[in-house]
Write a protein that binds this ligand. Structure first.
Ligand SMILES: [Zn+2]
Length: 345
């Protein structure tokens, strides 16, 4: 499995003869016509192609997995939305054992009512103060990421509890001040969920959760890069401020991803209209995204360069989940169309 390709290898990004089976990469002075990278890893995705994790079945997830593999995915975390315990449990029961789904992401319901985004506001819940039915979810070994607002009552002990058993706690849908975000970090928060979106923004007298996400070097920042949720200039600022291993692209994809413009969907009990590259509620609120990580990769590649694009969509989320050596490589032509998918095991 030897290929001449643009690759992010041991000597940085450049032209390599890449042996994908043995993971040996030799820098060369030739001009490849393809780019190779390990498959995408998406730690925040609700669905795509008309398919939705919350309302679907195991068959829905199988169909979604197949569609995402066509888009270059190696793995993803099906992500819940703010919902009742019963609805959350029903969705989690559809998860099947599949290396493409190394767990799930619990987004809500323990978030700030000030920043619901498109999360169903009436399902936002208080953190249980004692034993509760939610313990079943908190103790689920498949739980890999939790999006939580660190400033709400009971958040800090819950963050400590989850972080101590290896769950990635991600501050999001949060009204946290800079100091409250730092308290969350001290309790164990290590990610920021879709940085800039649905969080207290940066203000020069109160730097907010967004300021903390930008400034704290040990915190990984998720970014939805459809160029709609976050502008190119704000993304560039974030990329300049974060260490190279701390920027993580997420699709936050919904059933609208991959659907034609003008399609009308019922998602999480809300009416959603698919636009040109976005999905919105009737009042114009962005309702998750309409992209996959392939779109995000292309946008990052064009705006911030190939190295940041490869790290953010593949290497960084892979190491956040501790996935080890890639089993999937994707080959892209000069227009960044996928021309081949190579499975090495
Ligand atoms: Zn989301």
């Amino acid at each position: 499995m030897k290929r001449l390709a643009w690759f992010l290898g041991p000597q940085g990004f450049g032209a390599y003869w890449a042996d994908l089976a043995t993971h040996e990469f030799v820098r060369v002075d030739e001009k490849p016509d393809v780019t190779i990278l390990p498959g995408f890893v998406d730690i925040h995705i609700h669905g795509g192609f008309g398919l939705d994790f919350m309302s679907g079945t195991s068959e829905t997830l199988r169909a979604l997995t197949a569609k995402l593999k066509d888009c270059g995915y190696e793995a993803f975390l099906p992500t819940t939305v703010t919902a009742s315990f019963e609805d959350t449990r029903r969705a989690l029961a559809t998860l099947t054992k599949d290396p493409a789904m190394p767990g799930f992401h619990l987004e809500g319901p323990f978030i700030s009512p000030r920043f619901p985004g498109a999360q169903p506001r009436e399902q936002i819940a208080e953190i249980p103060t004692g034993p509760s039915e939610w313990d079943e979810v908190f103790d689920d070994p498949r739980l890999r990421v939790v999006t939580i607002a660190p400033e709400i009552p009971g958040a800090l002990p819950l963050i400590s509890r989850l972080a101590s058993r290896g769950v990635i706690c991600s501050m999001g849908h949060t009204n946290a001040t800079f100091a409250e975000a730092r308290a969350g970090f001290e309790a164990g928060v290590r990610h920021a969920t879709h940085t800039f979106n649905a969080m207290r923004p940066f203000h020069h007298r109160e730097a907010g959760a967004a300021g903390f996400a930008i400034a704290e070097q040990r915190l990984a920042a998720e970014l939805i890069y459809d160029r709609i949720h976050v502008s190119a200039s704000a993304a560039a600022i974030l990329a300049q401020c974060k260490p190279q291993d701390k920027l993580i692209a997420v699709s936050d994809g919904t059933m609208a991803s991959g659907m034609p413009e003008g399609a009308r969907l019922n998602m999480w009990g809300l009416d959603v209209i698919v636009g040109n590259g976005d999905a919105r509620l009737r009042d114009g609120t962005l309702a998750g995204s309409a992209i996959t990580l392939l779109d995000s990769f292309r946008n990052l590649h064009a705006d911030l360069g190939p190295e940041i694009a490869i790290r953010a969509t593949s290497l960084n989320p892979r190491s956040a989940l501790g996935l080890g050596k890639p089993n999937v490589y994707i080959v892209l032509d000069e227009r960044l169309q996928i021309v081949e998918r190579l499975e090495t095991s």
